[in-house]
Each structure stands twice: as C-alpha cells, then as structure tokens.
Design a protein. Structure first.
Lengths: 353, 352
C-alpha cells in the first residue's frame, strides 16, 4: 500500500466529492433536519396554550405573561393582526388590552377586554390561558391570594423532552448519511463509468481506492456528527469521549458505505438496499423516541452502541466507566467490518480480473 | 394520435417502472408506511385537563369547580389520590383541607396541597396552581374586575370536535405520495433520453404527441392511483369524494408537468434526485399549514400544491363543498396547464 497514492486518490475524492449531489445532501440534510426538528418539536409540539396580546398602551401584563411558564406569549401590533393570528390558529387565545389598563386594574375599576378564541383550540388550553391571565391580572392589581399552594412531586419518572429524544436520530443521520453514501455512491459511479477498471491497470491497488473513499466518508461523517452536536449544544462534560465515539461511528459508516458500494450494481440497487437497511441503522433512534418501547430491543441494532454512548455522555453526564463496554463492542464491530470490506475488495478484484 | 402506440408505450413504461427496484420498492413501501403511520397516530384529541380531588369536608366542591375543559375525578382518600397521580389517571391531585371553608371565612390563609407525577412539565404545575387560586378567589367572593368579551374565530366553535393529529397529516401524506411520482416519471423520461431510445421511438410511427400522451398517462396514473388509494384507505373519501378525487387528479397532472420539467433539466438519475428534492421540499411546504396552524403566511399561495392541500383538508376534515373550493380547483387547473406546457416545451427541446 502506497501512502502517496492514497493521498493522491483522496485529493481527487475531495475535489470531486463536493461537486456531487450526494455530498450536498449529506451536509445539508442533517443541518436542515436538525433546525426543522428543533422548530417542530421545540415549539410546535409544545403542549402549552399560546396567548396573543395586542397592547394599545404599554401594560406590565405583557411582561408578566411573557415570564409565565404556563403559556407561550406572542405580541401583536394591531387588533387586525391579532384577529388574523387567532383565525389561522397561530394563537389559541388573543386579547386586546385597552389604554390605561394597568391603572384601571390597580384602581379596582371594572374593565372589559376584547378577546378572541381560536375555534379549534383545545378546551384545556382555553382554560389554562384564561386562568393564567386572570392570575396575572390579580398579580398586576396587587391582590394577595387567599390560599397558599404547595406543589408536591410523586414518583421518580423523568420527563424526557422531545428535543432530547430526537438527538439520537439527528446524530445517526449526521454520521451515517454522508459517511455511508459518499463512499457507496462514489464506488457505484466508478463502477458504472468503468473508471475503477482504468485505475486498477495503473500501479494503484483496489484497496488504495477503497481506503481513499473510506477516508472521505469518515471525515465527512465525523465532521457532520460534530456539527450536529454543536448545533444541539450536546457536547456535555466529556467532549473528548464524544469525539471518540463519533469517530468509531464514522469508521462504521464508512465501512458500511464501502461494502454497500461494492455490492450494489447501480444507484437504483444502492437506494433500494438503503431503504431496507436504513431501519437497521435508525432502529435505536426510534426506540429512544418512544421510551415506552422496551429499551433492550435497541441492543439488537449495531448503531445502538454509538447512540447509547452519545446519550449517556451528552444528556446524562456519563463518563468512561459508563460507556467502556459500548466502546469495546463498537471497536469489535468496526474490526469485523474491516474484514468484510477486505473480502469485498477481494471479490471485486477477482470480478474485474 | 395513435391510441395503439400510446397503449403500448404506457404498458412499456409500467414494466420499466416496476423493473426499477428503487422506485417500485419506494412506491409500495411508501403507500404501506403512510397508511400504517396514519393508523398509528392518535385518532382523537385529548382536550381536557383531568384533575383528581380529595375534599373530605367539602362535598359540593366537584360541582363548584367542574367546568368545560376540566374533568374532575373524586378520590376516596389521599392515598387513592396519590396513587391516581402516579398512575397518570389524572394530571394533578388536589387535596382541599377539611377546615378550608372555616379558615377562608376567618380570613386565615389555608394551604392546598397539589400532587403531580415527577414527569409533569413545570407549565402544567403552574397552570393548575393558577386554576386553584382563581377558584378560591371566586369562593371567597372576590371575582375579577375584568370581563372577557370573547368571540370565537374563525367560527364555528369546534370545542370537543377538534381535528385529530392524524387527520391533520392526511393532506401531507397524500401530497407526498403524489409528489414522489415526479421522481418516477422524470427517471423514466431521463432513462429514455440517456439510452437514446426516445430517438429510436421517434423514427417509428410514434409521434411526439403520442410520446407525451403516453408519459402523461403513466405519470398521472401512478401519482393519482397512489393518492386516491391512500385517501380511500384512511377515510379521506368519506366526505365529498368527487371533489377530493378531482383535486388529486389535478395534483397528479401538476406533478406530471413538473416531472417533464425535471426530465428536461436532469442528465442522469442523480440529477433527477437533486432536482426532485428541490421540487419535493417546495411542494410539501403548504402541508405544514394544516399540520401546524398559523406557521405559514399568505405567500404560501404562490406554491401550486397549496390548492391541493387546502382543498383536501377543507373537504375531508371540515366538510367543505363546491362553493367553498371551486376557486382552488380552478387555480390548480391553471397551474397544471402552465406546468404541463412548460414541461412539454422544455422536454421537446431536449430530445429534438
């Protein structure tokens, strides 16, 4: 094996790779998905009523509402804007605060507020929005509650926010889309255009071509994994360990890509295989999405050991002792895959001979 | 037009389509997965706040606090109440002390204990606390000096009849299934251009018109067939089936036009995927409006698929009829004609 030849091939891959649609796809898709999913699950799947306020003065109620944890508050400039927001369902409940609202409330005068309710809002959202608003108005007027409320917590279940549940999916997508598809599509394209045969009549060995493509897949995979963790602020207290886990995952992705690329005859077969194989890779992410599914099922999937470690380190403050077993399993899987890649190279060489 | 030639071309295209494992697999799996996803999603809306109450010395309390949106469950003992909270039978358990009324009457500040499961979000705890405070204000004769004059928009009030999440997703699934066929059609045409079979066909009695008619029929059948089958399986044709079918047919015409356009631009299957992703992303945007009301603005009306999504959603979920959606169908038809024309002109220039 010549390091110089591998470097030359890698340089060619680096120059040609970014021009392909797959490269763009593997870089853009995880980032776009991460942003879209944070928007969807961060705000839209939030089970809080949305209150819209159009303030004709500068009432303190607006800032009180903004600080309330029970509701999501949005401000609107005009009555027309708030009507439109309620009509489209952007907010569940909209109110128009009249001028001098704060003074009227403090003086104990009777005030009438124009309110709009979205016809499709949930009954519980309506009631929460209204009682929260009433509570805030009483706070504004300086009324003291006739009771004290004591909040007690029972049980030891922990609520896992959707944003946390989605992290495994995002990490897997970042690591495997680019890491697998770049080497796989690159190999298939070379096979289809017969440039692979042309290359191998030079002193270049097939394993050098595979290695160069694998390095490109590994680099893209690791980089995208790091970007996704950074975007989701999920580096935790042990960033070094996380990088190690992502690197082992990236090796697995690149190796799988090489195997897939060597087996697939054309792009159609490649994507068809992905359609079936995808579930094997993304299985653990689905299990994390729904904690009610028995978590041991995840261990059947090879990517579980990557995902579990990332979750342990970034979300549960885990360290080496918590993930050591996973590291050894991942290293073992990577070694097995190296052997499979070597077999694939041998098979392809004999097919080309 | 040579009907026999068109029929032969359509039969050839279907054979080729299903011989391409990628698209054949996606077609079949897509339909199965979308139908399965639909049925896995919640079919009803949980619109109430369930609260457990233990009030040993205040028997009329449940009626006092029962109101629309609240579902009060009376517990026999404090332990029962706590068990109910842990078992998630209700979101909160409220214990009203035995001397509550006396203490309130004498101006003392009694304490109300609220119990929540440990995984209850903070906002729910705060909301139930606000609710209890407000109820006690009212009990102690301190009504709020603020009245809300409330108007329901856009009307009618659908409290208790809200659209379940899976029905909100129905237009998205239908559009996705149909739009995905741009890939299928564009690949069929691109392969013919790549392999130069299109030129071979044109030296036979088959005319360019026959070719477009055949490809159009293939595209429309594939796209419309899947969309209509999906809607039939998920109950989307229960109301005004003619309108829904017409909307899906117009949507199929639209993706056929877009498929022609993509085929005229794409060099190979990878370019079809690249252009197809762009088309898919743009055409799916209007579905977000039905899934998440209020997130998109009026500009979405420049995207032709808006008129499919809006029609399917309004008809299937809200029972709208011809007077409400005829304009949508007309605009959609105009988009169809424009895309088909542009697509055919572009494609004709490519292979002539």
């Amino acid at each position: 094996m010549s390091v110089r030849r591998v470097a030359v091939l890698l340089r060619r891959e680096l120059l040609q790779g970014p021009k392909s649609f797959i490269f763009l796809w593997s870089v853009v898709l995880p980032i776009v998905m991460s942003l879209v999913l944070s928007l969807v699950f961060g705000t839209l799947f939030n089970d809080k009523p949305r209150l819209g306020i159009a303030d004709e003065d500068s009432s303190r109620l607006v800032s009180l509402a903004r600080e309330s944890p029970s509701i999501i508050t949005r401000e609107y400039g005009t009555v027309n804007d708030i009507e439109q927001a309620v009509k489209t369902g952007a907010v569940d409940f909209g109110i128009v605060l009249p001028e001098d609202f704060d003074r009227s409330v403090t003086d104990g005068q009777h005030v009438e507020i124009t309110a709009y309710m979205w016809g499709e809002s949930l009954a519980k959202h309506r009631i929460i929005a209204q009682v929260t608003l009433q509570d805030l108005v009483r706070e504004l007027s300086g009324q003291e509650a006739p009771v004290s409320i004591s909040i007690n917590t029972l049980g030891d279940e922990v609520s896992i926010p959707w944003s946390d549940r989605l992290l495994p999916f995002l990490v897997l997508m970042a690591v495997f889309v680019g890491g697998m598809f770049l080497p796989a599509t690159s190999l298939v394209t070379e096979k289809q255009k017969r440039t692979l045969e042309a290359l191998t009549v030079t002193p270049t060995a097939l394993r050098e071509v595979f290695l160069a493509k694998g390095i490109l897949g590994f680099t893209t995979s690791l980089t995208m994994g790091l970007i996704i963790l950074a975007l989701n602020q999920a580096f935790g207290a042990q960033p070094g360990l996380l990088v190690l886990m992502l690197a082992l995952g990236a090796v697995m992705a690149a190796e799988l890509g090489l195997v897939l690329g060597s087996l697939a005859k054309d792009m159609a077969s490649l994507f068809a295989t992905w359609k079936f194989g995808g579930i094997l890779l993304f299985g653990p992410a689905l299990i994390y999405l729904f904690p009610e599914i028995p978590q041991w099922i995840g261990k059947v999937f090879p990517t579980y050991y990557l995902v579990e470690s990332v979750v342990r380190i970034s979300q549960q403050g885990g360290g080496w002792s918590d993930i050591a077993a996973n590291v050894f399993v991942l290293v073992g899987l990577d070694v097995v895959l190296v052997a499979i890649v070597a077999l694939a190279v041998k098979k392809m060489r004999s097919a080309m001979a | 037009m040579n009907l026999r030639a068109i029929r032969a071309l359509v039969a050839k295209d279907f054979t080729l389509f299903f011989r391409n494992r990628f698209f054949a697999l996606i077609t079949l799996l897509g339909l199965v997965v979308y139908v399965a996803l639909y049925f896995v999603m919640p079919g009803s809306v949980d619109g109430t706040l369930d609260i457990g109450l233990y009030a040993p010395a205040w028997s009329p309390a449940p009626d006092d606090i029962q109101q629309k949106g609240l579902d009060i469950h009376v517990a026999e003992s404090e332990d029962d109440l706590k068990d109910g909270v842990v078992a998630h039978d209700y979101v909160a358990g409220v214990v009203l002390p035995g001397d509550l009324v006396e203490k309130l009457a004498s101006g003392q500040n009694p304490q109300i204990d609220l119990y929540f499961a440990s995984d209850t979000p903070e906002e729910t705890k705060e909301a139930v606390a606000s609710l209890m405070r407000e109820l006690i204000y009212v009990q102690t004769g301190q009504p709020l000096a603020v009245d809300f004059s409330t108007q329901v928009l856009p009307g009618p009030d659908m409290a208790g009849q809200q659209i379940p999440p899976r029905d909100r997703l129905r237009p998205l699934f239908a559009v996705l299934l149909i739009v995905f066929e741009t890939y299928g059609l564009a690949t069929l045409v691109t392969e013919e251009i790549e392999h130069r079979t299109i030129q071979a066909l044109l030296v036979t009695p088959v005319t360019v018109k026959d070719l477009f008619a055949a490809k159009g029929i293939t595209g429309i059948t594939l796209a419309f067939g899947q969309g209509a089958l999906f809607m039939a399986l998920v109950g989307g044709l229960n109301q005004q089936p003619v309108i829904v079918i017409l909307a899906l047919l117009l949507a199929a015409l639209l993706v056929t036009g877009i498929g022609f356009l993509i085929a005229s631009l794409a060099k190979d299957m990878m370019s079809v995927l690249a252009w197809g992703v762009l088309a898919l992303v743009i055409l799916v945007i209007p579905s977000m409006g039905t899934m998440f009301p209020g997130v998109i603005t009026e500009w979405v009306k420049v995207i032709p698929s808006y008129y499919v999504v809006d029609t399917v959603d309004r008809v299937a979920s809200y029972g709208s009829g011809w007077p409400d959606i005829w304009q949508n169908l007309l605009i959609l038809l105009a988009f169809d004609m424009a895309f088909l024309l542009i697509g055919m002109v572009a494609l004709r220039r490519r292979f002539q």
